[in-house]
Ligand binder design. Structure first.
Ligand SMILES: Nc1ncnc2c1ncn2[C@@H]1O[C@H](COP(=O)(O)OP(=O)(O)OP(=O)(O)O)[C@@H](O)[C@H]1O
Ligand SMILES: [Mg+2]
Length: 420
């Protein structure tokens, strides 16, 4: 007998006295449920506090790291892989673990806190193309202090991770996102450029940063452009990284051959770059080849491969002016391929050739690598190296020393292998 018939039969049965009793129980249950719901809502309104942080908020990533640290027993993780391909083809990846979407419970300062990370399936952040996300913190009580504390701690945690480190940003959509964990600062002295070259650039940048008023008084845009050019592996990128570390600046790395880059996007990105950062445009020759060469030979490259146009780049560079010191570094292996308009004063104020190792540089690198050796050994290494190969890059020397880590004499004896 189906249940409804059974209940019907019961109702008609005199022994169960007017099945109204049953109806009464049902109503009571429904009422109780309703009551519980209302009670819950009342309780939530008055005795629970929540904080929602959407993914576009600055503190969102700090909070994710904070949660990762505090929800250390959680078994449900999601991975965020950062991926960066350099012009050289070298690919760098980095995995960051974060608590996965869902609920996590954290015991924090004698309070249970529920953390709910939600990810919208239907909604996508149009700027970054990533799913729309948020985290919601729920705690018992009415004291908002706990959320302030969490935000504060998350910020301090993030800053601590960056202390003594250089943050690298890459462009994601219309904004700059930190790429991977901040790197340990590279000491300037570890990049050996030719005598006086490094010092000259460092002095120039420091002088620039130190005198904003000089620029405003004269109505000159407060920005400065640098171009380092020369053969591969001689220390252009390493020097810029070390310089950022020395200044306590971050680096905004931008690839001009990125196909999704348009004039507007570049303009926007340059104007919203984080404060105290160096904008680094690597291999500028790869995106644009001299205008004289092009229209006939390679019309597409003239357009800058993507939707970025050469005039768009010039405008964007001219437009970067703010009250903040704006420092733009460009690198290239082929300065003669660059359009003169790109490197005229005002866009590029300092041009510096970073070339193959000189005698002085080789001796210096030897001394730095083998500090215990007598000074004469560095000279001997340098002399012999230049006798066999007049054009050696610092990267080759570094690679050679690595092979003879504990054998300075061996590195001199086998110096002819430095280019192998
Ligand atoms: N002058 C230098 N002093 C110390 N190390 C150096 C120097 N130049 C290069 N190196 C080492 O060689 C490697 C490559 O250097 P880097 O990437 O700076 O070269 P680059 O000039 O930017 O080359 P590319 O033109 O290919 O981008 C790095 O690991 C760096 O440590
Ligand atoms: Mg480089």
């Amino acid at each position: 007998m189906p249940l409804s018939d059974f209940l019907g039969a019961l109702k008609d049965n005199p022994y169960f006295g007017a099945g109204f009793g049953l109806v009464g129980v049902g109503t009571a249950l429904a009422l109780a449920r309703k009551g519980a719901q209302v009670g819950m809502i009342f309780f939530r309104r008055n005795y629970m506090i929540t904080l929602e942080v959407p993914s576009r908020d600055k503190s969102y990533h700090w909070l994710l790291s904070w949660i990762t640290k505090h929800a250390n027993h959680t078994q449900h993780l999601s991975v965020e892989t950062s991926y960066l391909q350099h012009e050289s083809g070298r690919i760098q990846t980095q995995f960051d673990f974060h608590p996965s979407p869902g609920n996590h419970i954290i015991w924090y300062k004698h309070k249970w806190i529920r953390v709910e990370r939600t990810r919208e399936k239907q909604m996508v952040d149009l700027h970054t193309g990533t799913p729309w996300e948020s985290v919601t913190f729920t705690a018992l009580g009415r004291d908002r202090e706990v959320f302030f504390n969490i935000l504060q701690e998350a910020r301090e945690l993030a800053l601590k991770q960056e202390e003594g480190r250089t943050v690298m940003y890459t462009a994601m959509g219309a904004e700059w996102r930190p790429f991977g964990f901040p790197r340990r600062r590279r000491p300037l002295s570890s990049v050996v450029l030719d005598q006086g070259v490094g010092e000259r650039i460092v002095d120039d940048v420091k002088e620039f940063i130190g005198h904003p008023k000089w620029y405003t008084d004269r109505g000159i845009p407060y920005r400065r452009g640098y171009l380092l050019y020369g053969p591969p592996g001689c220390g252009k990128s390493s020097f810029i990284t070390a310089l950022a570390g020395e200044l306590g600046y971050s680096i905004c790395l931008m690839s001009l051959s990125d196909r999704s880059l348009s004039d507007d996007r570049l303009n926007h990105l340059l104007s919203v770059a984080p404060q105290q950062s160096i904008i680094l445009l690597e291999d500028v020759d790869a995106a644009f080849v001299s205008r004289d060469l092009l229209p006939t030979e390679n019309p597409q490259a003239y357009q800058g491969m993507g939707r970025l146009t050469f005039s768009g780049l010039l405008n964007a560079l001219d437009g970067v002016a703010s009250s903040e010191a704006r420092i733009v570094f460009m690198t290239t292996n082929f300065i003669d391929r660059l359009d003169p308009a790109l490197i005229r004063p005002g866009r590029v104020d300092v041009k510096q050739y970073v070339g193959h190792c000189t005698h002085w540089q080789l001796a210096q690198m030897f001394r730095r690598f083998y500090p215990a050796e007598p000074a004469g050994e560095g000279e001997r290494f340098s002399q012999r190296a230049l006798e066999v190969h007049p054009e050696i890059s610092a990267a080759q020397v570094q690679g050679h020393f690595m092979l003879y880590k504990l054998d300075p004499a061996g590195s001199i004896d086998h110096v002819s292998k430095v280019k192998d």
